[in-house]
Structures are given as structure tokens and as C-alpha cells.
Design a protein around this ligand. Structure first.
Ligand code: SF4
Length: 406
């Protein structure tokens, strides 16, 4: 049995105005309790699953690099004690450039983390201020260099485009600067205005202009062309890597495979499999830990996994707030929605092996409509987004989900 492990860290030094993640500023006093609670959850899950092998580990958030390095080391020890984490398995930690002194990064590397995902977002200080980020361009560049000195040979740089006031020339500059730092992986996401965030209120209140969607589309095309010319292969709508250095952890999500999740508000997905997974529903169960950090700490710290793992025992696991049994139809829809994000698309043979039916038979309407509209194409056995369809992926995904729910 192999699966990924996601650890949610709900702390940020400051809250960015566009962010709607389950993450909080000014709750640092909860850090010690959080670390004990999440270490316990890691340990109990490992025992419940009889020491599974991890295909990947990901500390996300929030700002995992904001945790004291001794706490990151403590969580890594908890992982190693309860799971098999092969030395070559990807172990990523999301880092804010402002936290990336050489000493801190060396300590994080020594703890066993072997990949950093650095939240650079922009190489323009005005844009960083607009995004409410607490680092500068100089700090971002210094962070990447410090990571190399600390021994990280697998780095990802996160960038954002489609920002208010952002022009194509500024985005081109950010791409060039990112390429010059030679990271193994680049993620480039368009800013989405999430309801209830201060930035959304500023845009709807007229205090901030909405980004021009045509300029954002131009930036996306520029991203594809610029990164391809620099030797980065696009493997997902918003992700590029040097050959063979795709994010193993994120591929787990996009392939709709199993991962554990611990920490406040973390979402996981597990399905029937060998050994301790044998009593789970065939098409799996999604679960989420409770979101409020204080409540999470109280419940997770005292949790003892008891009885064989099944949907009932999972639903009463101390830190788990919600579970959702996945029907066969939903599992098929989600496999298409996530898999089509990947440039290679979804293999018909793999889909048939998993669900006993081919893609076109499962989704006659969505598949043929998307093919007719030029959103999708066949490449051998794989159904994938076309270059035209890639920026319009949500349209295609919505059709598959709608047909799955029909
Ligand atoms: S640092 Fe990341 S997680 Fe924290 S508030 Fe900003 S965008 Fe959200």
C-alpha cells in the first residue's frame, strides 16, 4: 500500500488579502499544541494503516516554513517512526521567502525535507505589496540561492498572474527572473478573486480594478511559450517542470489516487485496497479534519485509532469533521475532472481497468460535446485537452461532473 501524506499548517505571519485558505495570523500561541496534535494524528494514522509506505509527503498551508525548525524536525520524526518514507520519495515543504535564511533552510533540509515550494508570486515589489506579501523581490532571490546552499536540489517557484494593474511586460519580467534562478519546477496560477476576501471586497467596491481577462489570457499563452522555450515541460494546466521532475505529490491528486491528510481543515481521500484498507468502500471516501485550529488541537491530541478502518470508524475519528462516500459515478467524474488537468490526459485503458467501462461509454454526452467543440482530442488511447481547450478546462470539467451527477 502506498499513498501520499498531506500535513496542513494553519499559521501565517500575516494574512494575504486574496487568500481564503484555512490559515490564520496571530495564533502563534497555538503552535506547540498544534505540533503535538498533528504529530499524534500522524502517528495514529500510521498505526491504523499498519505502517504504510508513503509515495510523497507535503507540508502545505498556511506557511509551514513559519514553524520553528525544531517543530518541523519533530513532525518529520513522527512521520519516519510511523511510515516507510523512502529516501528518494518527494518530501516538500511550502516556504515563504521571508523565512528562508540559510541556517533555517539547512535545519529543514537536515530534518529530511528534500523539496521546497517557494511562494515567490512575483518579481515586482509593487505587485508583492498589492498581494500583501511580506517579502521583497530581493528576499525571494536570496531564498532560492540559500536553498541551493542548504542542499536543496529540487525547488519549485510559485508565481501569480492576472493581477490588478499587472501588464504583460511585468509578467514577462517575472517569468524571466524565475527562469534565471533555474528552479526544477514552476507553478503559475491566475489570481482568482475568492468571495469574502478583502481583495474581492476592494474589487467589488471599486477600490481596485478587476484584472482584464484578455490580458490574463495573453499572459497564460506567454507562460506556455516562454517556459517551453526555457526547457520546462508543461504537465498540468498551471504546472511546468524540467523533465522527470513533476510534483509526485500533486500527481496523486490529479490521478485521483489515495492520500492521507492531517491538520486543521485538511482533506484526504482513501479507497479500498490491500491490508488495512480492505474494509473501505470500493470507490473511496473523502474526509476532512475540523477547520478551527483550537478545536482541532483538542480533538486530535487525544485521538487513539481503534478498531478496523472502515467508513464508520473513520467518521468518528476524533479530528475528522466530515466524510463523504464516493459513488462510482462521482469517482468516474472526478477521475476525468482531475485527470484532464494533466497534459497527457486520461488513458482509456486505465479508466476501463478502474471502472470496467470506457470513457466514451461512461460519458457519451460530455466526451462527444467536448470533442466536437475542440476542447478535447484523442492522442492514441488518451483523451486530453487541446491547446485551445487548456485555458477553458473548467468548461470541459463541468460537463463531465454534470453528467456524473445526472
Ligand atoms: S502566505 Fe499563503 S497561505 Fe498565508 S495568507 Fe498568504 S496566500 Fe494565504
Amino acid at each position: 500500500m502506498t499513498l501520499g501524506l498531506y500535513v496542513h499548517v494553519p499559521f501565517c505571519e500575516t494574512k494575504c488579502p486574496y487568500c481564503d485558505f484555512n490559515t490564520y495570523a496571530a495564533i502563534e500561541s497555538l503552535m506547540p499544541g498544534y505540533v503535538d496534535a498533528v504529530a499524534n494524528e500522524i502517528t495514529e494514522w500510521g498505526a491504523w494503516l499498519e505502517r504504510p509506505t508513503l509515495s510523497s509527503l507535503f507540508f502545505g498551508g498556511g506557511t509551514p516554513s513559519y514553524l520553528p525548525t525544531r517543530d518541523i524536525a519533530k513532525l518529520m520524526r513522527a512521520v519516519h517512526a510511523a511510515y516507510d518514507l523512502p529516501t528518494d520519495a518527494e518530501a516538500t515543504l511550502e516556504a515563504n521567502p521571508g523565512d528562508c535564511s540559510r541556517e533555517r533552510l539547512q535545519a529543514i533540509r537536515r530534518s529530511g525535507v528534500n523539496r521546497l515550494s517557494i511562494g515567490v508570486q512575483s518579481f515586482d515589489d509593487n505587485e508583492l505589496r498589492l498581494l500583501g506579501r511580506r517579502h521583497s523581490v530581493d528576499q525571494a532571490i536570496a531564498a532560492v540561492r540559500a536553498a541551493r546552499v542548504a542542499g536543496f536540489d529540487n525547488l519549485s517557484v510559485d508565481l501569480m498572474f492576472g493581477l490588478p494593474y499587472q501588464f504583460a511586460a511585468s509578467w514577462a519580467h517575472s517569468l524571466e527572473e524565475a527562469i534565471a534562478l533555474d528552479p526544477e519546477h514552476i507553478s503559475a496560477y491566475a489570481l482568482t478573486l475568492e468571495g469574502g476576501t478583502p481583495m474581492e471586497a476592494d474589487v467589488t467596491g471599486g477600490r481596485l480594478p478587476e484584472a482584464d481577462p484578455d490580458i490574463a489570457a495573453e499572459m497564460y499563452h506567454m507562460t506556455c511559450e516562454t517556459l517551453a522555450a526555457a526547457g520546462y515541460q508543461q504537465y498540468e494546466i498551471s504546472n511546468w517542470s524540467k523533465p522527470g521532475l513533476e510534483s509526485t505529490h500533486n500527481l496523486t491528486y490529479w490521478r485521483n489516487e489515495a492520500w492521507l491528510a492531517v491538520g486543521p481543515g485538511a482533506h484526504g481521500y482513501i479507497a479500498r485496497g490491500p491490508g488495512a484498507l480492505s474494509a473501505l468502500p470500493e470507490h473511496g471516501v473523502r474526509f476532512a479534519d475540523m477547520k478551527p485550529p483550537r478545536a482541532y488541537i483538542q480533538r486530535a491530541a487525544a485521538w487513539r485509532a481503534t478498531g478496523p478502518l472502515n467508513a464508520d470508524t473513520l467518521s468518528i475519528a476524533a479530528a475528522v469533521d466530515t466524510i463523504e462516500l464516493t459513488t462510482r459515478a462521482m469517482a468516474m467524474g472526478e477521475t476525468m475532472m482531475m485527470g484532464l488537468r494533466l497534459n497527457p490526459g486520461v488513458s482509456d485503458a486505465s479508466f476501463r481497468q478502474r471502472f470496467g467501462v470506457g470513457i466514451v461509454d461512461a460519458f457519451p454526452g460530455a466526451a462527444s460535446d467536448c470533442l466536437d467543440d475542440g476542447l478535447l482530442e484523442w492522442a492514441g488511447d488518451r483523451l486530453r485537452l487541446t491547446d485551445f481547450g487548456r485555458p477553458l478546462g473548467n468548461e470541459a470539467f463541468g460537463r463531465f461532473i454534470a453528467e456524473a451527477l445526472d
